[in-house]
Design a protein around this ligand. Structure first.
Ligand code: GLN
Length: 486
């Protein structure tokens, strides 16, 4: 089962010539061809360029000049600009956009030798928690047809879970790497804000957006983060800090770790079986010698209202560039300039995006700025203070990633509040800029459930260490869904 192997095993097999890069890429492409009509995880499949790249990697391997991840088949969320390849951000607005350059993440990954199989489906401009807001249609969760994969990086998580790529990239503004990772039973990490370059990543809410890897295990994520992380002079918010080797810390003993649990993460609204799975994990960490203690994050209760002011406010500014003149879809036969703007934007954007542009513009308008935007920013600071206080006492904070496992498509579409509440456990780390991962921790109603691990600034190594040690004790991360097509 080439498609369910860890990155290490794939690279080993390529080294030993068990199969060639071309054979491996062809294997994944055949699977995509068989399953993508049903899963809809990819918006664009790059068969020809992937095979061409595979041949180059086979040659480099024979010549002894292969880069570290030579031949590893991956997929990029369709929010990363890819030179010469359609880049849509899940929107009709960019349905015809062929990016003229590679995002830094894409560039770093291909320099490391990974092969991009294509671009994965996502909520329009990364706005959503269920992948039901894509112009390109819903993504099916590989664990149950008709069920959401989580959003907004739903295509990236579903593609890994279904074995349609070895690993993928995602972005996380309020949970979009961790939540689909949890709901599809894979491992995802949102790094510290600024750890990974945002250059060439289509902006949603710039002060919250962060790119990161989605893969089968913490070890795979560490291998990918080694490549993705690092300072980028083209991104002014990129951190100029050395990148450690994230695989180095994986095997440290966890007995001296202090782990915090926040009681507020376990109150009403949390699915019972999810809670049970988390409680079992807590016991396992305890028996491995970690110290568990309670911490408080009292401002968490204000996180959703604050986030749903700040994110739309930034989005309304970022999306103003799509006017049919400078960027994006242009309507047919405009009568005048105002008609051109209005119709291009009306046709190009979907409902959720329009709603957020309106909320964001309202919150930023002169009469309401102080009441909404400034207040939300103040709450953001208080949320950060909560975490600073907590990390004076503990090394890591663990809890559920999402309040429930994946739900049926359409189930929450009519209830915006319950959809937004899906983000309750994840958005606080974006508001504070902290790194956080989700790892598989069990099942609820036969659907995967995720454990979230939040770390202090630049403590990705500690998060991955705990995650890896958990994955050595358990086998949740190696479980795969039944094949969707014969
Ligand atoms: N669900 C959140 C939103 O809709 C977060 C999405 C994300 O992280 N991109 O804004």
């Amino acid at each position: 089962m080439k498609h369910a192997q860890s990155i290490k095993s794939i690279l080993n097999a390529l080294d030993k010539k068990d199969y060639s890069c071309r054979e491996l890429v062809q294997h994944f492409l055949t699977r995509i061809q068989a399953q993508n009509d049903h899963l809809n995880a990819y918006i664009t499949v790059c068969s020809e360029s992937a095979l061409k790249h595979a041949d180059l990697m086979d040659q480099a391997r024979s010549a002894g000049t292969a880069p570290p991840l030579a031949g590893l088949p991956i997929a990029h969320k369709d929010i990363f600009c890819t030179n010469g390849i359609k880049t849509t951000a899940g929107s009709r607005m960019l349905n015809n956009f062929i990016a003229p350059y590679d995002a830094t993440v894409v560039d770093k990954m291909s320099t490391a030798g990974t092969i991009s199989l294509g671009k994965t489906n996502m909520d329009e401009f990364a706005m959503g928690s269920s992948n039901e807001n894509s112009f390109y249609g819903n993504v099916n969760n590989p664990w149950a047809a008709g069920t959401i994969p989580g959003g907004s990086s739903g295509g990236s998580a579903a593609a890994v879970a279904a074995g349609l790529c070895a690993a993928s990239t995602g972005t996380d503004t309020g949970g979009s790497i961790r939540q689909p990772a949890a709901m599809c039973g894979v491992t995802g990490l949102k790094p510290t804000y600024g750890r990974v370059s945002r250059w060439g990543m289509i902006a949603y809410a710039s002060s919250l957006d962060q790119a990161g890897p989605i893969a089968r295990s913490a070890e795979d994520v560490a291998i990918l983060l080694n490549v993705m992380a690092g300072h980028d002079p083209k991104d002014s918010t990129s951190l100029n800090e050395a990148v450690p080797d994230y695989t180095q810390a994986l095997n440290r003993p966890i007995k001296s770790l202090k782990i915090g649990i926040c009681p507020a993460h376990f109150r009403d609204g949390l699915d019972q079986q999810t809670e049970q799975a988390i409680q079992i994990a807590i016991k396992q960490f305890e028996s491995a010698g970690a110290t568990i203690s309670e911490i408080n994050l009292p401002m968490t209760k204000h996180a959703i209202p604050a986030y749903y002011i700040i994110a739309p406010a930034e989005a309304s500014a970022n999306l103003s560039r799509y006017d049919g003149v400078r960027f994006g879809h242009r309507c047919d036969q405009p009568q005048n300039i105002s008609d051109l703007y209005k119709r291009s934007r009306a046709e190009g954007f979907g409902k959720e995006v329009k709603q957020r542009i309106m909320v964001g513009s309202f919150a930023l308008s002169a009469g309401y700025y102080d009441a909404y935007y400034r207040k939300a920013q103040q709450i953001r600071r208080l949320i950060k203070n909560d975490f600073i206080a907590a990390f004076n006492k503990v090394d890591l904070i663990i809890g559920p990633t999402a309040p429930s496992p994946a739900f049926k498509m359409g189930e929450k579409s009519a209830d915006q509040i319950s959809m937004y509440l899906q983000d309750i456990y994840t958005i606080t780390s974006n508001l504070a800029g902290l790194p956080a991962a989700s790892i598989p921790v069990g099942f609820s109603n036969n659907m995967p459930v995720g454990l979230q691990i939040i770390g202090n600034y630049l403590d990705e190594s500690k998060i991955l260490n705990l995650a890896h040690q958990f994955q050595l004790m358990t086998d949740w991360h190696i479980q795969t869904p039944a094949e969707t097509t014969p």
